[in-house]
Design a protein around this ligand. Sequence first.
Ligand code: COA
Length: 630
Amino acid sequence: MLRGINKICGPRSFFMEPYVSSFQLSSHYSSAKPAANAQNLPRLPVPKLSDTLNKYLKTVKPHLKDEEFAITSRLIQSFGAEGGVGQKLQALLEKRAQEHLNWLEEWWLLTAYLGYRDPVVVYSSPGLVFPFRKFNTQNEQLKYAAKTLLAALEYKSLIDSDKIPTEMMGKNPLDMLQYKKIFGTCRIPGDKTDKLSFNDSKYVTVIHNNHIFHVDLWGADNVVLSEDQIVQQLKQVIELSKTPTDNAIGVLTSENRDAWAKAYQLLTKDQVNRESLADIEKSIVVLCLDSAVGLWDNKDKNARQNIAAAQTIHGGGSRSNGSNRWFDKTVQFIVGADGVTGLTYEHSPAEGQPIAVLTDFIINYIDQGKEGKSVSASPKPPVPLKFNVTNEVSALIRTANESLDRLVSNLELNCFTYDKYGKNFIKSQKLSPDSYLQMAMQYAFYRLHKTPGAHYESAATRMYIGGRTETIRSCSIESVEFAKTMLDSQSTPKQKFAALQKAIQGHKDYTVQALQGFGVDRHLLGLKLIAKENGIDIPELYSDAGFVRSAHMRISTSQVACKCDGFMCYGPLVPDGYATCYNPRDNDINFATSAFVSNPETACDKYRAALEQSLQDMHDILLQNTKAKL
Ligand code: COA
């Protein structure tokens, strides 16, 4: 199995063994698990087999020579033939769809996340960088941290009381259940499969210098602490953890999931450890009070963006803040001593969008100078969480430090604000900003590598109950034609404009279908998983060059839109790929790109330059076209 395929909203499942039978949600508080389909949303459809197969053939074409395409076409024909295996699997899948509210939801959670064994760090958990702050004193850092926690509490209470406005896609309401899963949630490592634990509690976990604390946000009088009181709690935490501990238990959560599961089993043999682990599991969120990383030594925003992205993805490794983490927790706020602020989120319970909305809420809360409304008469002091660390666990911590440092040194980042234009310009040209940006990435990749790049974009399928994502296959016959036309010195501006429009329209059409659950990837995954479940041989289609190449996503992308000047970031899906997460704003676009250092073919700085050049070229073509019309 390829390392590095495990990424944000990614198609990991095509390459993996599903662990379907051992699935179990451990729910400590049933209130955290909302009633099923309270919004009365429609069910995820199973597309018609012939529609998916025809669409699929179109998407594999850019990746195949003519003779290979002929082989794939024959395979598809026999797969979909009357009485063939495709129809048999389709019937089984349709039966499953009648029996489940969402035929994919449980499979997806297991195959894409909980059964996946690579570390969540770099391979699965995104970082989200908040707008920069400059903390001149420790008090400023702690005040910011306290405000972040109070804002999160306010947001949580809106979620708990169903006061978050239902998001809409056109006239369709979106499934809001993901919002209920971001607080109090923790991933628990297990043998072959992890579990999710949903909880409701009144405290947070605070980590400083790798020491872990229980910090109550409510006093003994059941009143929420004021901002100043939380600052006092955090000061006590700092007082109690002046030097970093070598027994940095948190780094174990950055390990390969099997290694972490083994360490977890060893730890839980001890009663004290069991209590400490349960305490972390049940807390609302983790707050990481990080050490300084020289953020403001850099005048250049781009350099600061890279530092902050690294801190939110992996914490900079064991010698920086990488052990000052609990990567299993869904939300870990990061507040660094010199102004890196943001969060790391464990991806299994939710997509990036609820996290981005939470981010905007927090930033607004802070920028509006809001403070908590209550003062507790009896705050409870922070409690250090104790761990009894055996020699065996100590050795695993040392190994985890080394593994994390390898991950860190292999991830190259280039995060930047493209400030020449944003969504407004693209809209003014009567084009879809998202499709336009996707085509810019296609063009950039082709410009650099002179070959079509299989390209993953996540589309939300939240118009259905339990919906997560579908893949938009952004690499298309039209996108490749567009890139070639742009790079051909013989092409006229009119031809370039026409190719751009066609490519954007092609992407938009696919997007609309994907949003409605009619992409090809989840359906093909479903047919594969139902075959496995029923002991039917996996059809040849899944090992064919068309499938393998079109699913080897060399460009892994996701739009995670927030209004503030922040951005989400993550690692690539495949060893020879790039990740690009982007936040298109009215007049600029934040891009976070990454690649693996170990791959000689990819280089983030070159990819960024190609992307910026592509955006410029496309802008110029549009303006030339407008002038030609005048
Ligand atoms: N002319 C003018 N304006 C247009 C246009 C056109 N031809 N086409 C679109 N627009 C406008 C839209 O009306 C919209 O306007 P708004 O800003 O007022 O809302 C805006 O441009 C953006 O639309 P567009 O760029 O086409 O798409 P989108 O923002 O809806 O994004 C997806 C498309 C696929 C990214 C989005 O639907 C989605 O699924 N997002 C979630 C992805 C996800 O799950 N990410 C997290 C994974 S962890």
